[in-house]
Ligand binder design. Structure first.
Ligand SMILES: NC(=O)c1ccc[n+]([C@@H]2O[C@H](COP(=O)([O-])OP(=O)(O)OC[C@H]3O[C@@H](n4cnc5c(N)ncnc54)[C@H](O)[C@@H]3O)[C@@H](O)[C@H]2O)c1
Length: 326
């Protein structure tokens, strides 16, 4: 297989390592910032500044899109022009209508398109989901999730908590409950003493009800001076027969017989996004976080933003980009 890695910024470097470790994988890179070429020194990896030139010369089998989110669609559409399968970083785009157009096109033209949603692939998140599916706490009854960090990052574009980080947590809510959102109330806030005067979404407060009636509360902050949670947050999952706490990447199962740390030794290894994408191509099936699936996560992101603007509880209308494989 030959991969075309597009965007060699902070996250692109991580993707380069993943592709190098994938075994039997040829790689070429597209990056407009020529100074980044030095990162490929001695690797024999072709470096291009033009995407179309790279596609035409290298004839890759798939493209990994690690450009800034406002560039994603332009790159995705160019890849689709060449019928290239795409593994795209989150979110599909910052604009919900634009994301829907990209996914609709991938579906209509039957081009595999997957979003690299990595938080639900953490082994402890997989384990939590497995315990819920096995009925370890009876029926799921409520979720409370918190995410706190002091994270000031210089980027060429604004980094909002909602669209940059909380989108992962909204996806985790869908994954853990196995349900879509039905109603949402959210507030984007720039708190007093925030490191950014302009950015609206530095703190985020969400109340969400799933289609099955599970209430979910979420607090997130990128300006928290209190102790930090992991990027995936800390979670309390309540059930009719018990509860599970995910704190600092460790699971505790609480039942009538007491609280016990969950031992994950011997659990099967979890495939990462690249592994899932390659498997979906090999097996000719829809990937777990295909664009079609992930649009439902972006629907939550969209309605959270609308809710915050309107200061109102909103019904979540699920997108309908089509039914074929994407
Ligand atoms: N899943 C995660 O945990 C995670 C973590 C960090 C970033 N990300 C995602 O990765 C993506 C990139 O983020 P980043 O932090 O690396 O950003 P970044 O700004 O550090 O890097 C983006 C790179 O893309 C390059 N670029 C811009 N336009 C381009 C174009 N037209 N063609 C090719 N390259 C282009 C830029 O020059 C830059 O080097 C974003 O979608 C972000 O949301 C995901």
């Amino acid at each position: 297989m030959k991969a075309l890695l597009v965007g060699l910024g902070a996250a692109g470097v991580g993707w380069l390592k993943k592709l190098e470790n994938a075994g039997d994988m040829a790689i070429a890179v597209v990056e407009p910032n020529e100074s980044r070429q030095s990162l490929l020194h001695g690797k024999g990896i072709p470096f291009y500044r033009s995407l179309t030139e790279a596609i035409e010369r290298e004839k890759p089998d798939f493209l990994v899109n690690v450009t800034p989110p406002f560039v994603h669609s332009q790159v995705n559409h160019t890849a689709f022009d060449y019928r290239l399968p795409v593994l795209c970083e989150k979110p599909i785009s910052f604009d919900y209508e634009e994301s829907q157009q990209v996914v609709r096109r991938a579906i209509q033209e039957n081009i595999p398109f997957m979003v690299a949603e990595n938080y639900r692939r953490h082994p402890y998140v997989r384990k939590l989901k497995r315990l819920l599916d096995e009925g370890a706490i009876g029926e799921l009854s409520a979720i409370d999730a918190v995410f706190y960090r002091y994270h000031q990052r210089e980027r060429a574009y604004p980094v909002s908590l909602l669209k940059d980080i909380a989108v992962h947590h909204l996806d985790m809510i869908r994954y853990l409950t196995g349900q879509e959102g039905k109603r949402i109330f959210a507030r984007n806030v720039n708190p007093r003493g925030s490191w950014d005067r302009e950015l609206v979404s530095v703190n985020l407060y969400v109340w969400l009800e799933t289609e099955g009636g599970i209430p979910v509360t979420y607090t997130g902050s990128l300006a928290a001076r209190s102790s930090a949670t992991p990027w995936s947050g800390n979670w309390r999952v309540e059930g009719t027969e018990g509860a599970i706490e995910l704190v600092d990447k460790e699971l505790t199962l609480i039942t009538r017989s007491g609280a016990a740390k969950v031992d994950m030794a011997g659990d099967p290894p979890v495939t990462d996004c690249l592994g899932e994408f390659l498997a979906s191509l090999r097996e000719g099936r829809e990937a777990e976080t295909s664009g079609r699936q992930y649009l439902r996560t972006e629907a939550l992101m969209h309605y959270a933003e609308r809710s915050s603007e309107a200061a109102a509880i909103l019904d979540v209308q699920l997108p309908d980009p089509g039914r074929d494989r994407s």
